[in-house]
Design a protein around this ligand. Structure first.
Ligand SMILES: [Zn+2]
Length: 502
């Protein structure tokens, strides 16, 4: 009867057109579990280059998922903490406050990481400082599920790296767990609970990851290929321990595979090692999908795959291709700044801290010297512009006033800018130029760092390949719509309506 009445009203109203396009998901249609999979440093082209060799989880995602072929991060710096802060918040650093892996905290004058927190203790091993999402200023999809007042939702994050476990899960998570290499144990912090959960302690005590030790320690293994096996094993334990997928509502598991990043940094995207670990990731994901299928059922689970950033090719490989690129030193940039400021304003230690290679000037020194901050920034910027292979330099005051060029690079830098935590200069090197002496890296606004996979797989998702522009900030609003909860507070993306089954 209700339906009849609705369609009668529909006939006369524009509103119903929207109702038909985006039907409100009934409780029965909502997934019981959302699995957010982040592969650390995974270029989109790994999916196409190695596709023929996938037999496991990546093959399943490509065959049965909605694959976005032109999905990007729309911010810089494209680094781990920022990528992980975006996947389930949909918020740019400009709004989330997560501007890098680390930065200078102006209030204390200390370098901090995106998740370092002296007010909490580590749990799982004794006597270490903990970590928490206290610097994340926005909500995540998990937080919104918690705040929706619906059936209880559990939210858990798992990774080798602390930031990669903590940031996607959000502030209200039931737990985030990461790997403490010296002890070979998963740990968490008193942000989440006073006592380390029994299931997690049991996992540690069973020493199931011992077999992955390499040369008597986890120094190499935890971030080598076995790092992904370790995360997968612990994720299974988390699903069992927290009864994920069977708590009456929708639960969220965010898992991040860190090993790909370590291999990628050392060997580069064109290496046999990256090829190998990508195929290994395919197998690890197959195991996890099989586990979820038995435990929760694939039809009850919504999977999302993405990466936290891409990576640049090795400069040496690029040179052999007669493409641009090369190496410069971070020192060259910082020295140029120091020299220019010393020459102009007198000898002093002008640089107080860094976020990657973005410098923080000593504001107290500048104020004590009765100098104009904007002018000092300008002097420093001019010095960096004179360094070969620097594409652009932005000052903090220019970005505060929104003066970045409105093209792709300027837009991405502006989206990454959060005034209170920002460095005094943001420096963008020419494409394919790196500040690293060896290996390769990421962090730039260029497309090789921003282009990542987005794949959704599950009920109400129409499998296929979608070539229109998409952004990683679109994941959170799309999930919010599918789960029928509020959009996270800082989310700026759109709902990926093209992949929704009617
Ligand atoms: Zn990363």
């Amino acid at each position: 009867m209700k339906r009849l009445l609705a369609s009668a009203l529909c006939a006369a109203s524009l509103l119903c057109a929207q109702t038909r396009l985006a039907p409100r998901p009934a409780a029965a249609q909502r997934p019981k579990l959302v699995v957010m999979i982040v592969v650390d440093q995974f270029r989109y082209d790994y999916l196409t280059r190695f596709r023929a060799e996938f037999t496991g989880g990546l093959k399943r995602l490509l065959d049965r998922g909605a694959v976005f072929t032109n999905a990007h991060y729309e911010h810089a710096p494209t680094v781990t903490a920022v990528g992980h802060s975006i996947v389930l918040s949909g918020a740019m650093p400009a709004n989330s406050g997560i501007i890098g892996n680390e930065w200078l905290d102006r209030a204390t004058g200390k370098q901090v990481t995106s998740v370092s927190d002296d007010s909490v203790d580590l749990l799982g091993v004794e006597g270490k400082k903990g970590a928490s999402p206290h610097r994340l200023l926005v909500s995540t999809v998990g937080d919104e599920l918690k705040m929706s007042g619906r059936a209880p939702a559990k939210v858990v994050g798992v990774s080798i790296k602390d930031r990669s476990a903590i940031l996607p899960a959000g502030r209200m998570a039931d737990g985030a767990y990461w790997f403490d290499k010296p002890s070979g144990r998963f740990v968490s912090s008193t942000w989440y609970f006073k006592q380390f959960p029994e299931w997690a302690a049991k996992f540690n005590d069973r020493k199931v990851v011992e077999k992955f030790k390499d040369g008597g320690s986890f120094d190499k293994t935890a971030e080598g290929k076995a790092g992904n096996d370790i995360v997968e094993l612990f994720a299974e334990a988390a699903v069992e321990g927290e009864n994920l997928g069977a708590n009456g509502g929708t639960d969220v598991l965010a898992m991040s595979f860190s090993a790909n990043d370590t291999v990628g940094h050392a060997k580069g995207p064109d290496s046999p090692e990256v090829h190998e670990i990508t195929l290994h990731t395919d197998k690890v994901l197959a195991r996890f999908f099989d586990f979820v299928d038995k435990r929760v059922g694939l039809s009850n689970t919504l999977f999302v795959l993405t990466a936290d950033h891409g990576v640049a090719p090795m400069p040496e490989v690029m040179q052999s291709r007669r493409m641009p690129g090369g190496r410069m030193t971070e020192g060259a940039v910082l020295d140029a700044i120091s020299r220019a400021l010393n020459d102009r304003y007198g000898e002093a230690k002008w640089i107080a801290g860094k976020s990657a290679y973005a410098p923080y000037l000593d504001h107290k020194l500048i104020a004590d010297s009765k100098l104009d901050l904007e002018e000092v920034q300008h002097t420093a910027a001019q010095a960096v512009r004179a360094v070969p292979h620097i594409a652009r330099v932005f000052t903090r005051e220019e970005l505060r006033r929104g003066l970045a060029q409105s093209d792709m690079v300027g837009r991405r830098v502006q989206n990454g800018f959060f005034y209170q935590r920002a460095s005094d200069l943001v420096i963008v090197a020419e494409p394919y130029w790196l500040f690293e002496k060896i290996g390769t890296s990421h962090g730039t606004p260029w497309n090789y760092d921003s282009h990542v996979p987005i794949v959704f797989m599950g009920a109400r998702v129409k499998p296929g390949r979608y070539h229109g522009s998409a952004a990683v900030v679109d994941i959170a609003p799309t999930l919010s719509m599918l789960l029928d909860v509020e959009v996270p507070s800082g989310a700026s993306g759109r709902v990926l309506t093209e992949m929704l089954a009617q």
